[in-house]
Design a protein around this ligand. Structure first.
Ligand code: TRP
Length: 453
């Protein structure tokens, strides 16, 4: 077995890697954020643009991150340092480290709500209630500052405990059986959702594209959502790729992860939108969207309480395998570049994420100034770090590999282990021209051109 770096360890098997990468990708981005973005950006037309972004930009960028990671065996900062010593490119890696910390701080707030919903399910708090009442209970719950902060802390400690305890592999192995169960449950809920009275309007909102709704705000949202959902743009996949073996096939692994992740998002939409219309909820309901719609489905199935407890438990596990990967990037940086112990790095980064997460936890009703600040403090963290910064990171990576490191050494790296990288020409074209042009065009159209209007 050839490994990039024996002391850092590798995935036990090819499946081990696909599971970990899919575990990182599949999470609240698919089940919570994708329906929100779809609702806010006009439904089917957004879904259409989203899928184009995944296929044309997501897959090539994921292959690239994995190649950079496996070649260098490093965290994002170390990776740029090794490929281009003494240059400013390491700052792109640095942006990734900061971005990971920031996303983690807000993501764990929402993951905390999921934990709260496990409790609601067990206690039957939402059973038999209508959408308005459920919405009021959700708002009351997120408006409680101490509750939100406690749940945030709890989820972060859970994440750090896994990363420090080295039981990550165990979680990933457990999720190998749990995630297919989640998928089955999602499919069952889809069936219930589309058969609810009044669901038809939701199906057509989700499937019948109104192309007149597509503008650069929608395209930017779709691009950002693709990066977020696929865990791209901040070096998660560089870090995970650094644990890959030389004989793993990068291109097919990347494609498998991207397709699996998109399938879960599409299915989640199928579960939410029909039920949303059936329950009389506004598609633009914001961060509370699924928290109001899902109980409506569970209230309409036999053993709903039981199902819903189990469902939210599985979503919490999916969120955990994502927060693990978010924490892993700054931790790998402090371990590799600053020589910290894993334990010290994990707990200090977690403390940082907790402190930064407090205003996010308080921005959903608890503190008016944080709630009413633009789209709320938490919303802004997601906008700037969960969207803008990822897209900038992705653009920088394409330019770096396309013009500095070079397509040839990258293709050599990708070819290791796979006899043929059949799409190498297309991949090279996309990394050098297609992706940078599309991303830069979208950024300019959304942020620069409006300044001249
Ligand atoms: N992709 C994950 C989700 O959909 C979240 C996530 C994990 C992430 N690691 C990331 C997002 C890195 C952006 C970058 O829930």
């Amino acid at each position: 077995m050839t490994t990039t770096s024996t002391s850092r360890g590798t995935w036990g098997s090819r499946l081990g890697f696909v599971l970990a990468a899919a575990g990182s990708a599949i999470g609240l981005g698919n089940i919570w954020k994708f329906p929100i973005e779809t609702g806010e950006n006009g439904g089917a037309a957004f879904v259409f643009v989203y899928l184009i972004c995944v296929l044309s930009i997501g897959i090539p960028v994921m292959i690239t991150e994995l190649a950079v990671g496996r070649k260098t065996g490093s965290n994002p900062v170390g990776a740029f340092k090794k490929l281009m010593p003494g240059s400013a490119w390491k700052m792109v890696g640095g942006l990734g480290v900061v971005t990971g910390l920031m996303i983690l701080s807000a993501y764990a707030v929402v993951a905390g709500w999921i934990l709260k919903y496990i409790w609601f399910a067990v206690s039957g708090t939402l059973s038999g209630k209508g959408a308005d009442e459920i919405g009021a209970i959700f708002t009351a719950s997120t408006s409680s500052g101490w509750q939100s902060i406690t749940l945030l802390l709890f989820f972060l400690v859970l994440t750090a405990g896994v990363v420090v305890g080295g039981v990550q592999g165990g979680i990933e192995r457990a999720s190998k059986t749990l995630m297919p169960v989640l998928l089955v449950l999602l499919l069952l809920l889809c069936i219930r959702s589309v058969t609810l009275p009044g669901a038809g309007a939701g199906v057509s909102f989700y499937l019948k594209p109104d192309f007149s709704k597509i503008d650069f705000d929608v395209v930017m949202a779709a691009l950002g959502q693709a990066f977020f959902s696929l865990s791209l743009g901040m070096g998660t996949m560089i870090t995970y790729g650094s644990y890959l073996r030389k004989d793993d096939n990068l291109a097919t692994s990347a494609a498998a992860v991207c397709l699996l992740d998109s399938a879960v998002a599409i299915i989640a939409g199928f579960m939410i939108f029909p039920a949303l219309f059936a329950g009389g909820v506004d598609p633009q309901a914001g961060p509370g969207l699924i928290f109001v719609v899902l109980p409506h489905i569970f209230n309409n199935i036999p053993f709903g309480q039981l199902f819903s407890a189990f469902f939210f438990f599985l979503v919490a596990i999916a969120a955990l395998t994502s927060t693990i990967s978010l924490l892993e990037v700054p931790v790998a940086y402090f371990v590799d570049e600053r020589g910290w112990s894993r334990k010290k790095a994990a707990w200090l980064v977690t403390l940082g994420a907790f402190i930064i997460g407090i205003p996010s936890a308080l921005s959903n009703g608890a503190v008016a100034a944080l709630t009413n600040f633009r789209s709320g403090f938490m919303g802004e963290v997601f906008n700037w770090f969960g969207e803008f910064s990822l897209v900038i990171g992705g653009l920088a990576l394409c330019i770096f590999v396309g013009y500095r490191w070079g397509l040839k050494p990258a293709i050599e790296e990708i070819r290791q282990g796979s006899a043929e990288f059949f799409a190498s020409g297309l991949w090279g074209f996309m990394i050098r021209y297609g992706c940078p042009a599309a991303i830069a065009g979208i950024l300019v159209s959304k942020y620069i051109l409006p300044m001249f209007e």
